[in-house]
Design a protein around this ligand. Structure first.
Ligand SMILES: Nc1ncnc2c1ncn2[C@@H]1O[C@H](COP(=O)(O)OP(=O)(O)O)[C@@H](O)[C@H]1O
Ligand SMILES: [Mg+2]
Length: 372
């Protein structure tokens, strides 16, 4: 009897600083995928960007051992060669063989080269369905500068921001400092435009912090942001869907540090998640409505966690950012908020795979050539 199951590729690891989080997310997802319905193919991307397959790959990635026992693999951008191919060494050459067809891919890759539209571009070219936002939604969600402009154009409240180029910082630091200090009084935040996990972000309390912060952000991107610092509570909400997205109950993060830094996110476990967020009903509704509006504005699909800053002093609500591939372990905020809204982790994964296939079907209705 032929195997009727759908071939699902789980793509994990990746080149970003969130490689390890991705492995944890992948482990959680794999533990709930029903093997009766799905034939699961695990694909690991190393820190250096090699795509590997093989026995016990997730354990090997997690322990960073025996990676050389794995085989190289590739997805071609050519739809006639759709699927995952294995690259085997042969004498002085290499042989490329079809390893498995792929009906849908779940790229559980956070950050650069995973969440930013690059992998999504490959899967589009290959005509393989995939979970999550497309190229545009991914890249706009990733770039904090363009994202703020798109939000402002849609009347979604944003903190005040200026974008600088790395060359501005290198060539005319005094002008940059002057403009930044004119934006708002300290504290100011400096950030690289494209990154995540709070890497390269500094809370600047004075001019010398600002100089350090600008140089730090400029290490990670050629575009950087200076923002007005808000004395804020951090409210997050999960959005799910394609053309008719829905929002979960909001949650609140109470960082263990002065702000939700890399250390507070991953290195100590005393940051708290409050679910549901203890905010008035009207605030919760506003969060949900703005999140869905923002989701549509960047043409997001599948899922996103939408993060807000709620000003403790003025009560003002700002939409801070959208994560199109949020942390996805069983104890991560995104699935936890759905659980609190009545959708279990297992059903959430199933729903995301369905949404990927629905989006693919919708794409197939589009005519690519002018036909008279
Ligand atoms: N304008 C701001 N005012 C106050 N806190 C901020 C501001 N921008 C960022 N933060 C703090 O820094 C953290 C990380 O910033 P964020 O923009 O979410 O970047 P990342 O994509 O790295 O998560 C936030 O969770 C928050 O704690
Ligand atoms: Mg964030």
């Amino acid at each position: 009897m032929t195997d009727q199951r759908l071939n699902v590729g789980i793509l994990f690891g990746g080149r970003s600083g969130e490689h390890e989080i991705s492995l944890l997310s992948a482990r959680s997802i794999l533990s709930v995928i029903n093997q009766k319905t799905f034939n699961v193919i695990q694909i690991g991307i190393t820190h250096d960007g090699s795509w590997l397959i093989g026995e016990d790959i997730l354990d090997k990635f997690s322990s960073n051992r025996d990676l050389d026992s794995l085989s190289a693999s590739i997805i071609f951008p050519d739809p006639d060669r759709q699927g995952l191919y294995e690259i085997q060494p042969a004498d002085k050459d290499e042989i490329i063989k079809l390893f498995s067809k792929l009906d849908v891919v779940f790229p559980i890759l956070h950050g650069t080269y995973g969440e930013d539209g690059t992998v999504q571009g490959l899967l589009e070219l290959a005509e393989i369905a995939y979970v999550g936002a497309g190229v545009l939604g991914s890249s706009v969600g990733m770039d904090k500068g363009v994202f703020r402009d798109v939000m402002r154009a849609n009347d979604i409240p944003q903190v005040e921001t200026i974008i600088f180029m790395r060359s501005d910082v290198e060539d005319s630091l005094n002008v940059v400092i002057e403009e930044a200090e004119r934006l708002a009084p300290y504290p100011l935040f400096t950030k690289p435009a494209n990154l995540g996990s709070s890497v390269g972000i500094t809370k600047c309390m004075n001019r010398s912090d600002l100089i350090e912060g600008l140089l730090e952000a400029a290490r990670y991107d050629r575009r950087l942001l200076v923002e007005k610092g808000i004395n804020a509570r951090e409210i997050e909400v999960s959005v799910l869907g394609n053309d008719d997205p829905i929002a979960s109950v909001p949650g609140e993060v109470v960082p263990s540090a002065d702000f939700y830094s890399y250390e507070a996110k991953y290195l100590d476990d005393s940051s708290e998640l409050l679910i549901p967020a203890p905010v008035p009903f009207e605030v919760s509704q506003q969060v949900r409505n703005l999140a869905v509006k923002a989701y549509r504005a960047i043409d997001c699909a599948g899922m996103a966690r939408v993060d807000f800053l709620l000003d403790k002093d003025s009560g003002e609500l700002y939409l801070n950012e959208m994560n199109t591939i949020p942390g996805f372990t069983k104890i991560s905020m995104y699935p936890k908020l759905w659980e609190a809204s009545g959708l279990s982790y297992e059903d959430l994964v199933k729903r995301l795979l369905e949404l990927a296939l629905e989006r693919r079907a919708e794409r197939d209705r589009t005519e690519w050539r002018y036909q008279r």
